[in-house]
Design a protein around this ligand. Structure first.
Ligand code: GDP
Ligand code: MG
Length: 734
């Protein structure tokens, strides 16, 4: 191998404030299809792709999460620092492309200055050129370039303009790094602050100080502002920590505000020089501000939001219905095909009931998930979602949650898995973990089929006051119930386990934009894929396992000899209609006996003493066992339990009828509306999702939190169902 080939490719980082178009640019440059959103904090992981520049140089391009500044106390923003400065374990980057939202130039320059200070070779991409004119902003690119001392290229990532120039600028700086390394633009001047920086600089670990005085000073400034009693930074040298704390204490005693001095210093530099390259038209009350006045209004805005969500869910249910029907017919058709092709037997049953049924029960969720993400995507990309977060901040804060927790909680309506991953935009670990602990209480799409089945089977259709449909009201009620409990739990956990100071919401309102359908569709597909791969595997595996548990042992010893009873029937003198009826009764009794004798039946019976106080019998017990893998497995399991077979889902009239007709040994119906309510409450609160636990383990890097989540939710579910059922009995609703 030639030495040139052995040398690794130059590493180029895309960095900048959130929502400046980094990912859009990344996708444009590399042809990747990462998720873009008109909402700060969409990119939560570093993603790297190879990029070949015009001159044939190939680089490794990494899309970093957005950061407002390098000096922050969260582990997340420490990653940005380490990646940019090439501190252990990150390799030293050859270059950083700073993506700047030109319409927010002054604010974006703060971070730009910090990165330049840190001595990383920089090229600035002045993005959103297409929006400048309409926003009344003019930027003099050349003078900005002179002032910053690094190449500045005007681009529009969305429209693919200026990319070739950007590539050329990158290639140039890679060849001659000093072109992008002008040295710090702003340096602390006050004597006291200089002394602080000096002292901290001497305490820096050797690895940090090996690259010259400017870099040392930048890292000392970073440490001085970032390390404090409550930071969540990892791997900070104890000697350094001690020195910083000492300097901070001294400053405090002298009545100096270190943070203020540094922040004001950098912004002072920006304000002094901005008139040279920036011209902003005096405030004009644009249409977007007028819209904001309504949307952000504490009362009107709140009702507008409720209305929006009402409309969204209405569409969600009415549009997904025909799609779900189509999927079911498709799987029924496949099952019939297999039955026609293969001889009857264990293998055919396995294929039809285990595999086709299992895959079907996964795919049947897609319409709702896709539609929910379509609506969330439209809300996000238009800029509405960020405003909702802003609107909700006050309520969230009252509940002890961070304002940014709102969107992950909303996504929890679709699926807890992407929602938990979405909490990465919350800076502090405490806020983040608290949010993750309550997300699974939000009514995810998997509860929907369970609620639908129970409501359709046990609650009569009809209207209250002549126009409010009972069934719809119950469904909305379950959503409200889940949300209220989630918020109550957040308030309780936030005041006990996760007590701590509040961190204010820093969220800029992105401009309103016409959503780009391509992005929204792409996001829908990505989320759907995530669901299919993370949840689908588990659901499929469990439906196969369940099929085995329900099918074996193959020839159980039954208490009654059904063969003999059938023969006896044949000997009696009965009309054909009577005979058929009696045979059907026998068939039912036999499949009931078989079920009871199966492994699943035995498990259900073992569980029965535990769930009887909630109003559940052992057959529901079988359904519950399955549902702890994933809630939606419940519907399919009940289908198997009641021998409906084939295309089982919450809409099957067959399954509904069987459930309605089911009776206990004493002849009373097994399922009353009260049992239904108790069952729905159990599903609302219990932690029945393996995939959620797996994701939580990955996000918290510990087994402690998944175990805690599972225990607290399941106990909560049991206790709530207990009170509802027993209370209902006392009130005479049995
Ligand atoms: P990131 O958070 O920095 O990765 O930003 P994204 O790439 O997710 O983009 C944020 C928003 O800005 C999205 O709505 C993009 O469509 C939009 N956007 C990105 N680049 C441009 C651009 O050049 N012009 C306009 N008008 N919008 C852009
Ligand atoms: Mg991004």
């Amino acid at each position: 191998m030639s030495p040139a080939a052995m040398r690794t490719r130059p590493k180029v980082l895309l960095a900048g404030n959130p929502n400046t178009g980094k990912t859009t640019l990344f996708n444009r440059l590399t042809g990747a299809e990462l998720r873009v959103g008109n909402y700060p904090g969409v990119t939560v992981e570093c993603i790297t792709r190879e990029l070949v520049l015009d001159g044939g140089v190939s680089v490794e391009l990494t899309d970093l999460p957005g950061a407002y500044s390098l000096s922050a106390r969260s582990a997340e923003e420490q990653i940005a620092l380490q990646a940019l400065c090439g501190l252990d374990p990150y390799p030293k980057p050859e270059l950083a492309v700073l993506v700047i939202d030109a319409t927010q130039l002054a604010r974006n320059l703060y971070f730009t200055l910090q990165v330049i200070e840190a001595g990383v070779p920089v090229v600035c991409a002045l993005n959103m050129q297409d929006e400048l004119a309409s926003r009344g902003v003019e930027v003099d690119r050349e003078r900005l370039e002179q002032r910053l001392g690094v190449p500045v290229v005007a681009v529009s990532a969305k429209h693919g303009q200026g990319l070739a120039e950007l590539g050329r600028a990158v290639a140039k700086v890679l060849e001659k790094p000093s072109l992008g390394q002008p040295g710090p633009r702003w340096r602390p001047e006050e004597v006291e602050l200089r002394a602080d920086v000096e002292a901290v600089g001497q305490a820096l670990p050797a690895e940090w100080t090996s690259q010259g005085a400017a870099r040392t000073e930048a890292l000392a400034l970073w440490a001085l502002l970032s390390i404090d009693e409550q930071d969540e930074l990892g791997g900070i040298d104890p000697e350094l920590r001690r020195t910083v704390m000492e300097r901070r204490r001294m400053a405090q005693e002298a009545g100096r505000d270190l943070d203020q001095a540094v922040v004001a210093g950098r912004y002072g530099w920006i304000d002094r020089h901005a008139p040279e390259f920036l011209e902003e038209q005096p405030e004009r009350r644009s249409w977007s501000e007028r819209v904001d006045a309504l949307i952000l209004h504490p009362l009107a805005g709140f009702f507008l939001f409720l209305l929006t969500m009402g409309v969204v869910f209405q569409f969600l249910f009415s549009w997904s219905d025909p799609l779900i029907g189509g999927i079911e017919s498709l799987f029924a058709w496949i099952a019939e095909g297999i039955e026609a092709l293969l001889p009857a037997g264990l293998f055919r049953d396995f294929l039809v009931e285990g595999i086709v049924g299992g895959v079907g029960s996964v795919v049947v969720f897609l319409p709702q998930i896709l539609l929910l993400f379509l609506f969330l995507g439209l809300m996000e990309d238009s800029g509405y979602m960020a405003r909702v977060a802003f609107l909700m901040d006050r309520i969230m804060k009252a509940l002890g949650l961070h304002g940014r927790a709102f969107v992950p909680l909303m996504s929890g309506f679709a699926c807890a898995i992407p929602a938990m991953m979405g909490t990465r935009t919350i800076e502090r670990k405490r806020d983040r973990f608290l949010t993750m602990m309550v997300i699974p209480l939000m009514t995810c799409a998997a509860r929907l089929p369970v609620y639908s089945l129970i409501i359709a089977a046990l609650f009569p259709p009809g209207e209250i006051w002549g126009f409010v449909p009972v069934q719809g009201l119950l469904m909305v009620g379950m959503y409200v119930f889940g949300t209220v409990i989630a918020l109550v739990c957040a308030a309780v956990l936030g005041r006990t386990l996760f007590r701590g100071p509040r961190v204010p919401l820093i969220l800029e309102l992105p401009p309103y934009r016409l959503p780009k359908l391509r992005y929204v569709l792409r996001m829908m597909w990505q989320r759907a894929r995530l669901f299919l791969s993370e949840a689908g595997k588990v659901i499929l595996a469990f439906s196969v396992l369940l099929w085995i548990l329900l099918t074996f042992p193959r020839e159980p010893a039954l208490e009654r000899d059904f063969g003999a009873e059938r023969n006896q029937l044949a000997l009696q003198e009965l009309s054909p209609a009577e005979l058929e009826e009696k045979l059907l009764v026998l068939d039912d009794a036999e499949s009931g006996e078989r079920l009871r004798a199966s492994y699943a039946g035995r498990l259900g019976q073992a569980l029965e003493p535990w769930i009887e106080p909630l109003g559940f019998d052992w057959k529901i017990g079988i359904g519950l066992i399955g549902s702890f893998a994933a809630r939606e497995v419940f519907v399919a399991t009940m289908g198997v339990v009641y021998g409906v077979g084939g295309e089982v889902d919450e809409q099957s009239p067959n399954l509904r009828d069987r459930i309605r007709a089911e009776s206990r040994s004493d002849g009373k119906p097994t399922y009353t509306p009260l049992v239904g309510l108790s069952l729905m409450i159990f599903f609302a609160l219990a932690c029945q999702c393996m995939s959620t636990l797996a994701v939580l383990k990955r996000e918290t890097k510990s087994y402690r939190w998944p175990v805690f989540l599972f225990v607290y939710m399941t106990v909560l579910a049991w206790v709530s169902s207990f009170f509802v059922y027993q209370g209902g009995l006392l009130l005479g609703f049995g």
